[in-house]
Ligand binder design. Structure first.
Ligand code: SF4
Length: 354
């Protein structure tokens, strides 16, 4: 059982016995490229979901140079369904930078790359380059707010900085890659959000939460506000055996992905009226809604939507990319070549020519 000073030893010993086999961990454990790709994919996403995406991504772009030279649509296509698409665009932008200047090898330099924040920079610096900087992700926050007994709001940057400062001395006498992966692995396998398996935990003899029976109160996560729910009308405009799709502007949410024109329903507006208005505002086309295709629900982190899709016919006008980066007429069989957000993919599954 761990004593006051040796919990970091107990933790890394536990990791050596219990670590899982994961594709990015075992191929070439100090290659920064797979470490970086996997850590970006794992943000907000479960390991089981990430594994097939990671394998497909690495097969398509086995090196940072190949990712740098890839077309953005190809990168987004391989990301489609993982969400938080700015991660993919930043990964692509950072790859271009690394291909020109080489890998920065220090935490403070890594943090300058697009999309590498506090957490990912520490993960790459420690796992690939052996720098003793602790990672502070959701798992680490849960384990160590319990271990140290920190009752403050666990969702703030202040808490991350506090934990970073508390863990910095502990990692100094450890192998940084093992210590960091041990913390994350303990959170994933033992110190789970509900019913942590304390009898199996290498930290139990020093853990504030288990000694003081505070597990249910830590970490302190203030209740989330109720997320708004929007209704969205979209038009699948048929013309000459093709349908119209638009590429979202880079700076928008889901930027760079393709979608059918449409948008949020306004008060006192029917859904077909929404579609006709939105199509005109986005493309300059006047259309008429003919039949409903499907309605699907989708949840993002800060809001939910119900998307109502309609077949439309063209009445007049020439397609002009007013609010998008590009518009394209494509056949239904070509749709799979484009990266779409998950809500659009759900609609595409309902599309059969009328
Ligand atoms: S003893 Fe229990 S609560 Fe404390 S770190 Fe281990 S699993 Fe988490």
């Amino acid at each position: 059982m761990a004593g006051p000073a040796d919990w970091p030893d107990a933790l890394t010993q536990w990791y050596h016995q219990r670590q899982r086999t994961l594709p990015w961990r075992n191929q070439s454990p100090t290659d920064p490229y797979p470490i970086w790709v996997s850590e970006i994919m794992l943000q907000q996403t479960q390991v089981d979901t990430v594994i097939p995406y990671f394998n497909r991504f690495m097969a398509a772009f086995p090196t940072v140079a190949e990712l740098a030279n890839a077309d953005e649509d190809a990168v987004l296509k391989l990301w489609a369904g993982l969400g938080y698409y700015s991660r993919a665009r930043n990964l692509h932008a950072a790859a271009k930078q690394i291909a020109q200047t080489g890998w920065p090898t220090q935490y403070t330099q890594l943090k300058q790359l697009p999309g590498l924040g506090f957490y990912t920079a520490a993960a790459v610096a420690s796992l690939a380059f052996g720098e003793p900087v602790p990672v502070v992700d959701g798992n680490v926050i849960r384990v160590f707010t319990r271990f140290f007994g920190l009752p403050e709001d666990s969702t703030t940057q202040r808490m991350k900085t506090d934990l970073f400062d508390r863990l910095l001395p502990a990692i100094q006498n450890q192998k940084p890659a093992d210590f960091n992966q041990a913390m994350m692995e303990l959170g994933a396998l033992v110190c789970k959000p509900k019913n942590p398996n304390c009898p199996d935990c290498p930290l139990r003899s020093e853990c504030f939460a288990t000694i003081n029976n505070q597990i249910e109160h830590l970490p302190n996560r203030p209740a989330r506000k109720k997320v708004p729910h929007y209704h969205v009308g979209i038009g699948v405009i048929q013309h000459n055996n093709r349908v119209l799709i638009g590429k979202r502007k880079k700076e928008q949410m889901l930027g760079g992905l393709w979608e059918f024109p449409g948008g949020k329903q306004l008060p006192d507006e029917s859904l077909p009226e929404t579609v006709v208005r939105e199509v005109y505002e986005e493309t300059g086309l006047t259309v008429e809604c003919t039949t409903a295709i499907a309605s699907i629900n989708h949840a993002y982190s800060h809001f939910k939507i119900t998307v109502h899709a309609y077949w439309c016919t063209l009445v007049s006008g020439t397609a002009t990319p007013i609010t998008t980066d590009a518009l394209r007429w494509v056949s239904l069989s070509e749709l799979h070549q484009y990266p779409f957000p998950t809500a659009s993919v759900k609609i595409i599954h309902h599309l059969h020519p009328t």
